[in-house]
Each structure stands twice: as structure tokens, then as C-alpha cells.
Design a binder for this molecule. Sequence first.
Ligand code: PLP
Length: 396
Amino acid sequence: MSITPLMPVYPRCGVRPVRGDHCHLIDEDGTRYLDFASGIAVNLLGHSHKGLIGAIQRQAATLMHVSNLYGSPQGEALAQRLVDKTFADTVFFTNSGAEAVECAIKTARAYHQAAGAEERHELITFTSAFHGRTMATISASNQEKMHKGFAPLLGGFRYVEFDDLEGARAAIGPATAGFLVEPIQGEGGIRPASQEFMSGLRALADEHDLMLVLDEVQSGVARTGKFYAHEHYGIEPDVLATAKGIGGGFPFGACLATEKAARGMTFGTHGSTYGGNPLAMAAGMAVMDAVANDEFLAEVTEKGERIRTRLEQFIGNYPELFELVRGTGLMLGIRMKVESRPFFVHLRDKHQLLTVAAGDNTLRVLPPLVIGDAEIDEFFEKLSAGAADYQIPEAG
Ligand SMILES: *Cc1c(COP(=O)(O)O)cnc(C)c1O
């Protein structure tokens, strides 16, 4: 037998964390890493946040799980908080980002089908998008590397170039149900949509009675200095998928919708055994307590601007390596002129700095939102040292 007990779908690296300490991870052999990856934008409170740990411990000892057959005081309370904080009127809780997007896709289709428009089932999605790894969410992305081996894909998705408003307009037809888009592409390389694109999609959706569905699984929950990234654009979606940071490390997600958009999501149309269980809701409440306030969001903005300014100065010292910095708040990307993956490995293995590689030769900088001056200084020390002793690998 040569297959590993863990199904070998991840090319796992040699870092084997066993403990977290605020913004650091500690490996099996005791090595400390500065964590500017945050479990890919998940651990927004770092690794040892007392409020989050206490909330999970208390809830685990009180009531861990009950079925959605019963009333849910915990779910009602968190849903109300999300409704108060956002465009949404109603919330469905899931266990992951992909499931949140699945629910969003179903909500958009059901919106039209509830009105008898069965033919309006197609979502227009955008190149280099990432929406998750379920059959529907890989079908929603044009990235062939995620499709290989899993044909047939699900129908009902049409791909248009990201940030191409005219392309989106031209793709609208009698089958169109709406748009599904990340306001800031994450895996695609921290690529923010333009203002014109986001306002334009909103206007097209209004004009043609389409659903504007946002995937804010990565950009949401204070990551960009707003509670959701679409707030930067001054527009509101009809439906939104959120996950990653929302549980601060506890796995859960949610699909948020307006009352109008959710008109098809009636009794019996959707469900999840675990979705919104008391343990997840306790984690979500603790995260909301910490991040859903103007002071915290202002700090994220301030830290993001500070890092960005320093990064822009820093990359000027290495014009052969780095091209530009992009992103908002603490969702930042450094686009490289050379392949970004080997540099990301170099930072990890030689300098104990964890970042995340992404598409478009971009290095993602996704620190916990609770970083302070000490972590920011440590990041620049490691990054500078890493750039100074980096040797660009031979091509091929
Ligand atoms: C991570 C991510 C997903 C998928 O979330 P999972 O929890 O891995 O299922 C979907 N959309 C975006 C934008 C993401 O970054």
C-alpha cells in the first residue's frame, strides 16, 4: 500500500504546526513561524484569543449540537447580529465557504423559479475566480486545473473576463439568473474589482432583475477594514457568501440574503445537519464581539495602510523581484516579476515567515487582524532578509 492515510490531495510542506501563540505557529520540532497566512484568512483573532477560546469552551460544556428540527436561540441571536450589521434580512448557516456559495447559487436560481421563470438558471461568473471545491463551485470557476478528472461539470455557469463590464453586459440573455463575483479575488491573486465594474454589475442586475451574488468568503468579516468588502464600493448585493474569518478558526459559514432575494428559500428547500449548531454560533458571536465595531475596523484600515506604505517603499529596493502591491486593509498582495511560489517557499523555510501563494504570481499577505507593531516589524525584518538572500531559481 503506498497511498497515505490522509488522502494525498494536498502537496503538504514540511511545516507541521502543533501549537499557536497569538500571531505565531510553533512546529513539532519547536520552530516558531510568524503567521501572515492566518490559515488563509481564517484566524483573524490569531491563535490564542481568550474571548474566542472561552466562548467555545463554555458552549461545548453546555450544549454542543442539536438538530435544526428544534428552535435555535443561538442561531437566531447571531443571525440577528448579522442582519443588523449588513444589507441582509435573513441568514442560512453552513459549515464551510463552498457550502455558503452553494446556498447562494440555489438562492439565486430559486428567486427566478419561485416566479415561474425556470429558464433563468444561469449565473455569469468571472475568470480566475475561486468559489470552492464542490461540484457546483468548481463548475462556477473557469479554472481548468480544478475541473480535471471530475467531468461532467454542472451546467448553468457562463464565464466572462474578470472586471470586464461590457463582457458581463453582453453575456446577459434569457437564461441569466445573475452574477457571482468576488469583489476582491483571493486565490486569483488579490485582484480588486474596479469601482466601475462593481457599480456596473449592480446597475445591470437592477435593470434586468438579476441577482448580484457576492462571494466574500475571503474578503469578508473585517479583513479589508470594512465588515464586508462591498461596502468600499458603496453597493449592496442581493445575496452574499461568507465563511473563513467568520468563525475565527471554528469551521462555519453563512449565506446572507435580502428578503426579496430569498423568496424561493421556503420550508424544506434547503438544509444542513450541522449548519448553525450552538458551538459554531458561540464562535461566531465571539468573533462578532471582537471585530464588528468601528474601532476595530478603523484599526484594520490603519494597520493595512501602514503595511502597504512600507511595502511600497520596500519593493522599490528590489525592482527585479517585485512589481506592485495591491489589495485593501489586511488583504494584501505583492505581485512579483518572477515566479512567486519559490519566493514564498524561501520565506517559509529560510526565514520562518508564512504567507500564501496565489495566482498571477502574487504573494498573499493575510495576517491575523490583531497584529501589533511588534509583528509588523518582525514581518518586515523577515521579508527584507528574505529578499536580500533570495536567488531566483533557474527557469525550467
Ligand atoms: C476559500 C474560499 C472558498 C471556499 O471555502 P471553503 O471553506 O474552502 O469551502 C470560496 N470562495 C472564496 C472566495 C474563497 O476564498
